[in-house]
Design a protein around this ligand. Structure first.
Ligand SMILES: C[S@@+](CC[C@H](N)C(=O)[O-])C[C@H]1O[C@@H](n2cnc3c(N)ncnc32)[C@H](O)[C@@H]1O
Length: 243
């Protein structure tokens, strides 16, 4: 409107634009107003049922892709898939992989399925349920960006987080409840030599490494994001405990 002041928009367009401005002025994230966000070169639909995919999560995708040779038909899981961001980025880069993704929110899965369709990605199956429970393992690689904010963390009352689903953000008194369950389930659902990769908060690297080494993971390391903050911890399981 500023670039082309000679153009007349008419009352309907101006009123619609004013409503969008009001939403933004109230703090609503741009991604929810536009209904989409770019992640790993894919345009993903987002709604208030899903976390808005973050650039930091591309670090998790990079670390996963380093462990999946091109053209390999590895079995991959994405736990807490939300918009489908991680599963779909891996599916796009490794079309021969068979990917399964879970979420506890049916509304989130509906968004994820639409994102698979709009990006023409057919090698991902989406399942409703808790973490690995609805999935059919074992897997060569399990990736997850689970909820990891502590109950009552003041960040929940600021910025975009106010508008995002609490179930996508909060995980117990220290924020590690979901990570502990996922690590536990992963020990029973990885192949020998399989990898687990977890995104977490910038102060959770040490406890995540501790949880992973405590149940027998090796080659445990934490990757830093572009701000230099600990962001992704990963490890390899030589001896799974299949029941
Ligand atoms: C931090 S969001 C991550 C979304 C997406 N993977 C991303 O990186 O943008 C966490 C997701 O975990 C889901 N979730 C929470 N508890 C779950 C559970 N017990 N089992 C499966 N998914 C769960 C939430 O619904 C949410 O979509």
């Amino acid at each position: 409107m500023f670039a082309h002041p000679e153009r007349e928009f008419g009352e309907t367009v101006e009123a619609a634009y004013a409503r969008l401005l009001e939403r933004r002025a109230s703090g609503e994230p741009i991604a929810y107003i536009l209904g989409e966000r770019e992640f790993w070169s894919l345009t993903l639909q987002v709604s208030p049922a899903v976390l808005i995919p973050r650039p930091e999560t591309e670090l998790l995708v990079e670390a996963a892709l380093e462990r999946i040779p091109e053209n390999s038909a590895m079995r991959v899981a994405d736990l807490g898939t939300g918009s489908g961001a991680i599963a779909l980025a891996i599916a796009h880069e490794r079309p021969a992989c068979a990917i399964q993704a879970s979420d506890l929110s049916a509304d989130a899965l509906a968004v994820a399925r639409q994102n698979a369709a709009r990006n023409g990605l057919e090698n991902v199956q989406f399942h409703l349920g808790s973490w690995l429970e609805p999935l059919d393992g074992p897997f060569d690689l399990i990736a997850s960006n689970p909820p990891y904010v502590a109950d009552g963390d003041p960040h929940l009352d600021a910025g975009d987080l106010r508008f995002e689903p609490q179930s996508a953000l909060v995980a117990g008194p220290d924020g590690l409840d979901a990570i502990r369950i996922i690590v536990d389930q992963a020990t029973e659902n990885l192949v020998a030599g399989g990898w687990l990769l977890l995104e977490h908060g910038h102060e959770q690297g040490a406890p995540c490494r501790h949880v992973l080494t405590g149940v027998g993971f090796s080659q445990v390391e934490t990757r830093h994001d572009l701000q230099g903050l600990e962001r992704v911890t990963l490890g390899r399981l030589e001896t799974p405990t299949h029941r």
